[in-house]
Design a protein around this ligand. Structure first.
Ligand SMILES: Cc1ncc(COP(=O)(O)O)c(C=O)c1O
Length: 439
C-alpha cells in the first residue's frame, strides 16, 4: 500500500491537500523561461509578478540552472558548521557591494527569517550597549513576512486578524508611511518632512520603552508601491542617528537591482546599519539573509543565531553567485531603470484616457497602478482591480493586486523584460480597461 502511494505521480495536482490560505489557483504552471511561464495546457503567459519579485534574472536563467546542476553533483548541504568557500565567497561579494561598510553577512532561507534575524541582532546589540528597552518602529502599510515577529512588524491589520499575540510582539510602534497619494497633502516635500517628523511623535506618544530599532522597506512594495518624497529618508536617517536607533532596511523585495539600483536605499545615498534580503538573490531557489555593519554584525555571541539550511545550503549559494554574475554582466539594475521608465510612461499615457487610474508610481521595475472610483474622492476600486487582474490572466498576462484597499495593480516583472513585452503589457491593460465600463 505505502509503496503504491509513494510511486503514484502527481497525486494532488490541484492542491486539495495543501493547507488553504496561500491564494493558490489555476492554471497549473509547469515551465518558465525569461519573462514567460507555460501552463499544463501549453498556454504561455507574460509574467509581470516574477515569483513575486524572485526571478529578477528571469525564469530558469541558463547560468543559474547550470550553477545549480553543477553544484548538485558536488555537495548539496554542508555537513554542519564548517567553512564553505561558496558561502564565505558569497558573503564577501555581498559585503563588497557596500564597499565593506556592511561587512558582516548572515544567510537564512526567506525574507521573514532575514527580518527576524536582523531584529534579533539589533536587540543583542541594544543589550550590549546598555539600552533601556527593546522598542521597534515600523511603518504602517509595511510588509515584513508572516512569521510572528515579521507579522507583528507588518503594518496591515488584515494580515494579523485571528492570530492574537502571535502577531503582536511587544514594543512595536507603527508610524505613518510616506503614502503621498492618499495623504491629502499638496506638496511632496512638505509631506515628506511631516511624515519624518511623525516618528518623534511616535516615540513621545506610543513607545513603552526605549526605541532601539527601526525597520522599513525603503519603497513599500506589498503595501502598494509608495515612492517616498526625496527628503523623507534622509530626514528619517537623521532622526535614527539622533536617537541612536539601529536603522534596518528590508530590501527583500526592493533589492538586487529591482528599483534601478542594486539596493533601493542607494537612491537617497543612505547608510543603514543593516539590510535584509531574500527573493531575487536565489534566482528561484530559497536564499535570504542580512548584512550589517561591523559593530552591529558582531553583536551575536557564539550559538546565538543559526539555521540548518542557511549557510549550509550549497545550492542556494551556487545560485546566489550566479545571480550576482548575471546582475553585473547583464547590467540588470540599469536595464530595470530604463525599462521601468518606459513602463511608467506608457501607464501614465493610459491614465489620460482611463479615469479609473488614480495614480501610477514606480521606480525601476517596481510599479503600482492605483484604481479609484472617482479621481476627486479617490475612493478605492478593488472590484475593478480584481477584474483587471483576472481578465489579464485570461489574456495571458500575470499581475498581482496589492495594498490595504486592494486597489493597486503591482507590476514587478523579471528585470530582463524587453521593450516589446512592456508595450504588449500596456496594450493589454488598455484593452482590458476599455472592456471594463460596467465594473
Ligand atoms: C518587503 C518584504 N519583506 C519580507 C517578505 C517576506 O519574505 P518571505 O515570503 O520570503 O518570508 C516579503 C515578501 O513578499 C517582502 O516583500
Amino acid at each position: 500500500m505505502t509503496q503504491a502511494v509513494l510511486s503514484k505521480p502527481h497525486a494532488d495536482p490541484m492542491g486539495e491537500h495543501l493547507v488553504p490560505g496561500s491564494n493558490i489557483s489555476n492554471p497549473v504552471m509547469i515551465e518558465g523561461c525569461a519573462c514567460e511561464v507555460t501552463d499544463s495546457e501549453g498556454r504561455t503567459y507574460l509574467d509581470l509578478e516574477a515569483g513575486p519579485g524572485v526571478v529578477s534574472v528571469g525564469h530558469c536563467h541558463p547560468r543559474v540552472v547550470s550553477a545549480i546542476r553543477e553544484q548538485a553533483g558536488k555537495l548539496l548541504q554542508g555537513p554542519g558548521r564548517y567553512y564553505s568557500t561558496l558561502t564565505s565567497g558569497l558573503a564577501g561579494r555581498i559585503a563588497a557591494l557596500s564597499d565593506n561598510r556592511l561587512s558582516r553577512v548572515f544567510f537564512a532561507n526567506s525574507g521573514a527569517e532575514a527580518n527576524e534575524g536582523a531584529i534579533k541582532l539589533s536587540f543583542k546589540h541594544a543589550t550590549k550597549t546598555h539600552r533601556q528597552g527593546y522598542g521597534v518602529i515600523a511603518l504602517e502599510h509595511g510588509f515584513h513576512g508572516r512569521l510572528s515577529l515579521p507579522l507583528s512588524l507588518t503594518g496591515n491589520a488584515a494580515r494579523k486578524k485571528g492570530f492574537g499575540p502571535y502577531s503582536a510582539f511587544p514594543g512595536i510602534v507603527h508610524a505613518p508611511a510616506p503614502y503621498f497619494y492618499r495623504s491629502g497633502a499638496k506638496n511632496e516635500l512638505d509631506f515628506g518632512a511631516a511624515c519624518a517628523r511623525s516618528l518623534e511623535d511616535a516615540i513621545k506618544t506610543r513607545a513603552a520603552g526605549e526605541i532601539v530599532t527601526m525597520i522599513a522597506e525603503p519603497i513599500i512594495c506589498v503595501g502598494g508601491v509608495f515612492i517616498p518624497p526625496a527628503n523623507y529618508w534622509p530626514e528619517v536617517q537623521e532622526f535614527c542617528r539622533k536617537h541612536r536607533i539601529t536603522l534596518i532596511f528590508d530590501e527583500v523585495f526592493s533589492g538586487w537591482g529591482r528599483t534601478g539600483r542594486m539596493f533601493a536605499h542607494e537612491h537617497w545615498d543612505l547608510e543603514p546599519d543593516a539590510v535584509t534580503f531574500a527573493k531575487a538573490i536565489g534566482g528561484g531557489v530559497p536564499l535570504g539573509g542580512f548584512m550589517a555593519t561591523e559593530t552591529l554584525g558582531t553583536a551575536f555571541d557564539e550559538g546565538d543565531h543559526f539555521t540548518t539550511f542557511g549557510s549550509n545550503n550549497q545550492i542556494g549559494m551556487a545560485a546566489g553567485h550566479a545571480v550576482l554574475d548575471i546582475l553585473a554582466e547583464e547590467r540588470l539594475a540599469d536595464q530595470a531603470a530604463e525599462m521601468g521608465k518606459r513602463f511608467v510612461a506608457g501607464l501614465k499615457q493610459l491614465a489620460i484616457t482611463h479615469k479609473a487610474i488614480g495614480d501610477v508610481r514606480g521606480l525601476g521595475l517596481m510599479i503600482g497602478v492605483e484604481f479609484v472610483k472617482d479621481r476627486e474622492t479617490k475612493e478605492p476600486h478593488p472590484a475593478l482591480t480584481a477584474y483587471v487582474q483576472k481578465t489579464l490572466r485570461a489574456r495571458g498576462v500575470l499581475v498581482s493586486t496589492t495594498g490595504v484597499h486592494g486597489c493597486v495593480l503591482r507590476l514587478t516583472p523579471p528585470l530582463v523584460i524587453t521593450a516589446d513585452q512592456i508595450d504588449h503589457a500596456i496594450a493589454e491593460i488598455d484593452a482590458v480597461l476599455h472592456g471594463a465600463a460596467n465594473v
